[in-house]
Ligand binder design. Structure first.
Ligand code: SAH
Ligand code: SF4
Ligand code: F3S
Length: 443
């Protein structure tokens, strides 16, 4: 009987990419995808450690999966449970303690060793395998070739972060920065396009600090990579995420002027509008540096619209600091954004800073911020009414004969279209909008 796998993914797009690569490894081993945990011989949780809630979710999910494992055991079926990703790197001991029924755990930089790990699990059960090494040789060298799974493809070009923002676990879970060589990235990009992808989103925890070597051993920046990739025939759209404001250089800015394939939407997290808080966060930019970068980018491409991440209630944040964040929102008028209450992460410097902000205050500030962000989001969506936009359709909608896709500005758009149009870019006239999505008719 063919063995089946089920992968559940938490966290960022890098984890989505990793899960796709894990699935490819498993398919090479002869596994097929299961429709649910119930039908899976191997269940993998790809985990996120960024906020307390994300990490706790993993443990509650593991409890549920263990129940299914027991039910399956009564039917004589074996289930292997694996945990991968950022929680493993940070909490391997916690996993052995709280979820001893897990069969293996491997960090985000070592999952390429899955074939050996699964072979070991077959010989010895119980959590005897925990792999949290930061290996010297990058996992990318061992992964199976990345093939298009749809019109949109993720491509990791950089991993890890050297910024050590005082609230953040990523430098500890993903390690220091590593940039993949240019030739390797180009090869993967070409293969993705040859196999059907029309849009590529280059990923990295700090993607614009990319400094991979080219064919002659020369270090190249993200702008160089974007130019080379945009030359690929058949590729229609290019994006990159996530960028660090202080690392946006002039070369990258000119890409937004010169590369028509580069979409007019950029995620550039500021976190806070208060210079005092940005300093305490160890960000290498203040609010005016940030606003200058946005201005330059929008001069390079006047159609460019911004999105961001925000944290409210960082230790020491006063009403005045919070107001500075609202001021930035009113200036940049983000068309989308993610905002979070500060979450204390064990081992990070901010977790032990004095003047932690009360939960109640965090909640109030988050509501105020989100109301403001949503108002700009809705305003922009309304400006799109009646416009014709090219939409890449990625998934089926809830209703029959409906597809959901993304506009150049990353808005979700629903349209009545049959499934032959999946993974294609189609011009759609926007007929209706809400804060979170658009609907339209193909033209
Ligand atoms: N590398 C990216 C994003 C990393 S995590 C960047 O630097 O922008 C995604 C977002 O989670 C961050 O931008 C931040 O807004 C949020 N985040 C990270 N740590 C957090 C914490 N301890 N509490 C609340 N939000 C956090
Ligand atoms: Fe975390 Fe800061 Fe690095 Fe982003 S730049 S991953 S927030 S340490
Ligand atoms: Fe989460 Fe790790 Fe991504 S902590 S946000 S999955 S880098």
């Amino acid at each position: 009987m063919v063995k089946k796998y089920y992968i559940k993914t938490f966290g960022c797009q890098m984890n989505v990419y990793d899960s796709q690569r894990i699935a490819a490894i498993l398919r090479n081993l002869g596994y097929e995808e299961a429709s649910s945990v119930r039908n899976a011989d191997l269940v993998i949780l790809n985990t996120c450690h960024i906020r307390e809630k994300a990490a706790e979710k993993v443990f509650s999910d593991l409890g549920r999966i263990n129940l299914i494992k027991q039910e399956r055991a009564e039917e004589g079926k074996d289930t292997i449970i694996g945990v991968v990703g950022c929680v493993v790197q940070a909490e391997d001991k916690e996993i052995s303690k709280r979820a001893p029924f897990v069969d293996f755990a491997t960090g985000p930089l070592t999952y390429h060793r899955l074939p050996e790990i699964l072979a070991k699990v077959a010989r010895k059960r119980g959590l005897s395998i925990i792999d949290t090494e930061f290996p010297a040789i990058a996992k990318f060298d061992f992964l199976p070739e990345n093939k298009a799974e749809g019109g949109l493809a993720y491509l990791a070009v950089q991993e890890g972060c050297n910024n050590f923002c005082t609230y953040c676990v990523v430098p500890y879970t993903r390690g220091i920065e590593y940039s993949r060589p240019v030739a390797e990235v180009l090869k993967e990009a070409r293969h993705l396009v040859e196999t059907g992808s029309v849009e590529i989103n280059l990923l990295g925890q700090n993607v614009n600090s990319y400094h991979g070597e080219d064919e002659n051993g020369k270090e190249r920046n993200l702008a160089y990579l974007l130019r080379r990739i945009s030359e690929i025939d058949g590729l229609k759209r290019l994006r990159y995420t996530t960028s660090y404001p202080a690392d946006v250089d002039d070369d990258l800015i000119t890409c937004h002027r010169d590369l028509p394939k580069l979409m007019p939407y950029l995620h550039l997290p500021i976190q806070s509008g208060s210079d005092k808080i940005l300093k305490a966060m160890n960000r290498r930019h203040n609010s005016s540096d940030y606003l200058k970068v946005v201005e330059k980018l929008q001069q390079a491409n006047p159609n460019l619209r911004m999105s961001s991440d925000f944290i409210v209630g960082f230790p020491g944040e006063t009403d005045e600091d919070f107001k500075a964040t609202l001021d930035v929102v009113n200036k940049v008028k983000y068309i989308q954004a993610f905002s979070f209450k500060y979450s204390r992460r064990p081992g990070t410097p901010a977790a032990i800073m004095p003047n932690q902000v009360e939960e109640k205050v965090k909640k109030e500030r988050l509501e105020i911020l989100q109301d403001l962000l949503f108002s700009y989001q809705l305003k922009f969506n309304k400006e799109c009414l009646g416009k014709i936009m090219p939409v890449l359709f990625e998934t089926k909608g809830r209703h029959a004969g409906q597809l959901i896709g993304r506009t150049p500005y990353m808005q979700n758009l629903h349209a009545k279209l049959d499934k032959e149009n999946l993974n294609k870019i189609i011009n759609v006239k926007v007929t209706d909008v809400t804060t979170n999505s658009l609907s339209g008719e193909p033209v």
